[in-house]
Ligand binder design. Sequence first.
Ligand SMILES: Cc1cn([C@H]2C[C@H](O)[C@@H](COP(=O)(O)OP(=O)(O)OP(=O)(O)O)O2)c(=O)[nH]c1=O
Length: 200
Amino acid sequence: MFRNPPGTLVLASASPRRRELLASLGLDFAVIPSCAEETPLDGELPRAHVLRLSCAKALDVAERKDIGGRWFVGSDTIVVQDGLLLGKPADDKQAHSMLSALQGRRHDVYSGFAVYDRQTGQTLSGAARTGVQFRELTGAEIAGYIATGEPRDKAGAYAIQGLGAYLVRAIEGSYTSVVGLPLSEVVDALLSLGAIQTAS
Ligand SMILES: Cc1cn([C@H]2C[C@H](O)[C@@H](COP(=O)(O)OP(=O)(O)OP(=O)(O)O)O2)c(=O)[nH]c1=O
């Protein structure tokens, strides 16, 4: 569907979900995790947070001298409820408090992305907000879900693309954004920067 010159595109991420989503486009790309610090700043709003981190991740990898490539993609996902930014849980106890707060209610998932062109210095970035309604969960369901290990490396302690799909009643907005990368916006940015072309 899409094509791009080999060796030019780099995904600055350790997330297997982001790799799978980008790979679904049929692109050639390298995967190099960033070392960017992910702590929210005091009073930072969700959209500003995911945009700042997406840019920081792309730049962190692009600025390494020994790395080839021209276009660098960074992304960040955060779950937001009652104004609180929920990242990846530090442990099972934190996963439990996140899922207890989310159950039976609606929250927002923000995913940001940034595409940095190392040759021109240009960056295109954006952020998507998706509303997610959870079903009500019993204490036993929350404990059982945590025991599967799935919540561990996921913002908000769940994975909509996994067993966590059963927690979700409805979503309003982009599904891929909840999984970790707003794919249609990323494609727009890659096309607009000339990083990828539509294959005929
Ligand atoms: C809400 C939700 C999040 N997630 C994941 C996507 C992200 O990998 C993770 C949010 O953490 P991030 O800090 O955005 O990403 P990461 O640390 O996994 O990877 P990197 O910073 O190197 O790119 O949560 C899901 O897989 N499914 C979901 O339903």
